[in-house]
Write a protein that binds this ligand. Structure first.
Ligand SMILES: NC(=O)c1ccc[n+]([C@@H]2O[C@H](COP(=O)([O-])OP(=O)(O)OC[C@H]3O[C@@H](n4cnc5c(N)ncnc54)[C@H](OP(=O)(O)O)[C@@H]3O)[C@@H](O)[C@H]2O)c1
Length: 425
């Protein structure tokens, strides 16, 4: 017996899928109990030379070859972006084919629509590869941790950003030099915008929040900040505080709903996520019964991502993944409010560059007090030749809106510059 699969997109991850399927053909087919064949590959430029061999697969730019082939039961969709990829996904689902994808953007942004179509057509939409590459976080949330009330998810979800931040900290590189190095090593794409501006992490955080809290998540409700404006000074400040800066996706259960954010965050070096270096990803799941559990691994790249794609594919072939039932991704059990970011409480780090004159520290501290923000620690540097000094403050948990009020109240004199960052406890 042969299980026929269609592949749409023969780029980095598509190539990885073909590589694993040829290297591990025998073992994978033993697992599946039948032969697994990529029968048709659809890609924009079929004649472009690639390092993999398509074997007996027909290579074409016409998706109808897959849609009209009743012998193809599942399609691996590895085209990026949202427009054409979403269209391909819907076409395949409506043609009665299971879809396995690594495209986090379509899953995060069109979850309700896509899963409803999958359900109507009694097929599976699988997306393990959409978050954190090889780390089986989707399976873990849906299966392994399913008995838990998840209280929080903290993730380093973008390998490009984590690599840049590691290089800035460990090799004293500027942001631009670290980005260049990430490009040279293939960790960053020629256009890394969606990685460094936090959008990629936001898509993944939305998916994790959805699975963790079984509630509707809208991308609009998330505060998203990237790493582009981080400076050597920020990295130095983190070091002085015994912390590291990580771009974290945070989804946390609060008393009155859930909070969602993506932003550079100070992580104390004793925290499990602080030691996650280079292009690795890591996710801390805080379940009420299991406690904090951390999964670490390769979050991107041809083979790690293809590993997750094929894990879904094998589950579908063997029948291990069933669409129906309460563990179906389209089911929501709770209706939780997403708390506006300004109303979230967290400890913050604030660095003020000020004119070095008497009374500045008192003025700053009194403004914090006026807005009921309790200060955990203060550090003031001696003034430099330009007559500027730096005052660093770490607060106890406070509302971001109160912090904004402090900064507005202090105005521009004697404050010359302000940097604020969330501080992970
Ligand atoms: N790369 C990673 O490490 C990684 C990790 C996790 C998730 N992902 C996700 O996986 C997906 C694929 O990523 P990738 O890195 O493999 O992308 P990629 O290297 O850019 O490959 C994309 C493929 O899609 C094909 N394609 C684009 N438009 C098409 C169209 N209109 N019709 C048919 N084929 C079309 C391209 O065809 P041609 O080559 O013929 O032009 C190319 O083969 C993306 O959603 C990405 O976010 C990637």
């Amino acid at each position: 017996m042969t299980y026929n699969v269609g592949l749409i997109g023969w780029g980095t991850v598509g190539g990885g899928v073909l590589d694993i399927l040829s290297q591990e053909k025998h073992r994978i087919e033993q697992r599946c109990g039948q032969e697994v064949s990529i029968k048709t590959i659809v890609t924009r430029s079929p004649s472009r030379s690639r390092s993999q061999n398509a074997g007996s697969a027909l290579v074409t730019d016409d998706i109808n070859v897959i849609l009209n082939d009743e012998s193809i039961a599942a399609v691996i969709l590895l085209v990026g972006g949202t427009d054409i990829s979403k269209e391909f996904c819907i076409q395949c689902l409506e043609a009665g084919k299971h879809v396995i994808t690594a495209n986090k953007a379509i899953i995060a942004e069109y979850w309700d629509e896509l899963f409803a179509i999958a359900q109507d057509n009694n097929v599976i939409l699988a997306f393990e590869a959409a978050v954190a590459g090889s780390i089986p976080i989707i399976d873990s949330l849906r299966d392994g941790f399913v008995a838990n009330r998840i209280d929080g998810v903290e993730g380093i979800l973008n390998g490009t950003c984590n690599y840049i931040l590691t290089m800035m900290e460990e090799c004293n590189l500027s942001y631009d030099s670290a980005l260049e190095k990430a490009k040279e090593l293939g960790y960053a794409e020629a256009d890394p915008t969606l990685d460094v501006n936090g959008m990629d992490t936001a898509h993944k955080t939305a998916i994790l929040a959805r699975l963790s809290f079984n509630t509707q998540i809208s991308m609009d409700s998330m505060n998203i900040e990237g790493i582009e404006s981080l400076s050597a000074g920020d990295i130095e400040s983190a070091k002085r505080l015994g912390a590291r800066i990580k771009l974290l996706g945070l989804a946390q259960r609060q008393e009155n709903g859930i909070s969602l954010s993506v932003e550079p965050t100070l992580v104390p070096i004793t925290h499990q996520l602080a030691s996650v270096r280079l292009n690795n990803n890591a996710i801390l799941i805080d379940g009420h019964a299991c406690g904090p559990s951390v999964l670490i691994g390769q979050g991107a790249g041809a083979l790690p991502t293809a590993s997750a794609v094929l894990s879904d594919t094998i589950d579908i072939i063997t029948g291990a993944r069933q669409q129906a039932g309460p563990r179906n991704c389209n089911v929501t059990f709770e209706s939780l409010d997403i708390i506006e970011d300004n109303l979230n409480r967290a400890p913050f780090y604030i660095r003020f560059v000020v004119q070095d004159e008497s009374g500045v520290l008192a003025k700053i501290c009194s403004s914090f007090s006026n807005h009921s923000i309790s200060i955990d620690s203060v550090n003031q540097s001696t003034g430099n030749d330009n007559g500027e000094a730096t005052i660093e403050i770490v607060t106890h948990p406070c509302l971001r809106s109160s912090l904004s009020s402090v900064i507005n109240e202090l105005g521009s004199k004697p404050i010359l510059d302000v940097v604020t960052m969330k501080y992970l406890l």
